[in-house]
Design a protein around this ligand. Structure first.
Ligand SMILES: [Mg+2]
Length: 329
């Protein structure tokens, strides 16, 4: 974290961020101009970056520790989609006055908690101030065996399409926070909000898929939108069956009460589950890998020649909504 940009910056780094770097020699206690990362022999670096902006990606009333955790987890989710194992991360902080003090302490405690959960270390970064909204940028580094990363471009006609976990909880959690789902039980409310604030990156599953999946992506923008990215990169199309999309009991219950929520499961985003494809011969190995890592996996469709993504009802009617997912611009 180079050069003092404002009074107190060095104290802040020493108190909050140097402790987060102490498990890595290559971080040099955050005292040098850059860090050094050495992947294991036979491995290559896999790098991703995600930014979050106050008022856009998090709400002023979100607990700050969960913001820190989500910031790390969305980056780890991208690493998981490539089949990589996390090593460390760099954090750039552009801070507005409202987020100094206790807020930042709690944010850093969330980072510390998830560093322990996912075995990675802070390696460096920068801290500056702004009069605009606070912005946090993480660049995460992972490693994967040379030549083993899973790309979006590998899907082939005839491959099966899978998703991990269950969909819709993150998007419904955001609706709860916006007050758009009143009358839920406290238990449902808590669980949905938790899914939105603290997604679960599927690192163990992603790693196991390196030899099994032909392509993969993490579902951040929405199932249909992200399958669309994957299909476009692979030069193929996707047909999925609505009835095969995995939902938790509580989400299923909500959709049967309010049928218009069904389109949110397809295009709501914030799932951070993996969507991936694999040749049919790998089905048993994929099911075994899913059992080993304790993450359910559902086959929801097939890769086809015709470009685009179609979600089909039980009678084969295309029910894809017009809006397939989140876009920033
Ligand atoms: Mg992604």
């Amino acid at each position: 974290m180079e050069k003092q940009k404002q009074r107190g910056e060095f104290d802040l780094i020493k108190e909050l961020f140097v402790p987060l770097s102490k498990n890595s020699q290559g971080a040099f206690g955050l005292e040098d101009d850059a860090c050094v990362i050495l992947p294991d022999p036979g491995f290559e670096l896999v790098v991703t970056s995600d930014a979050i902006v106050s008022g856009v990606h998090f709400r002023s009333d979100d607990p700050p520790d969960t913001i820190g955790r989500k910031l790390l987890r969305v980056n780890l989710s991208d690493l998981s989609a490539m089949g990589a194992t996390p090593l460390g991360y760099i954090l750039a902080i552009v801070l507005s006055p409202e987020h100094r003090g206790d807020w930042l302490d709690s944010f850093a405690s969330g980072l510390a908690q998830d560093q322990r959960t996912f075995a990675l270390t802070l390696l460096g970064g920068d801290t500056v101030s702004t009069t605009g909204p606070s912005t946090f940028v993480v660049t995460a580094f992972g490693q994967a065996r040379r030549g083993s990363v899973i790309c979006r471009s590998g899907a082939k006609v005839g491959d099966k399409v899978y998703v991990s976990g269950a969909l819709g909880e993150g998007a419904l959690g955001l609706m709860v926070l916006r007050g758009e789902l009143p009358n839920l039980s406290d238990c449902d409310t808590k669980s949905l909000v938790n899914s939105y604030r603290i997604p679960k990156p599927r690192l163990a599953l992603g790693k196991r898929l390196t030899h099994l999946a032909s392509s993969a992506i993490d579902i951040s923008d929405g199932l249909l939108a992200d399958l669309g990215h994957l299909a476009k990169c692979s030069g193929v199309g996707v047909d999925i069956q609505e009835s095969l999309i995995p939902m938790s009991k509580e989400v299923q219950g909500l959709v049967s009460q309010i049928p218009s929520l069904a389109q949110l499961i397809l295009s709501g985003g914030d799932d951070y589950e993996l969507a991936f494809t694999a040749p049919p011969r790998n089905q048993e190995a994929i099911e075994a890998a899913a059992r080993d890592v304790g993450v359910p996996v559902s086959c929801i469709g097939t890769i086809v020649k015709t470009a685009g993504v179609r979600c089909l009802s039980r009678d084969g009617v295309n029910i894809s909504p017009d809006r397939t997912g989140f876009t920033h611009f």
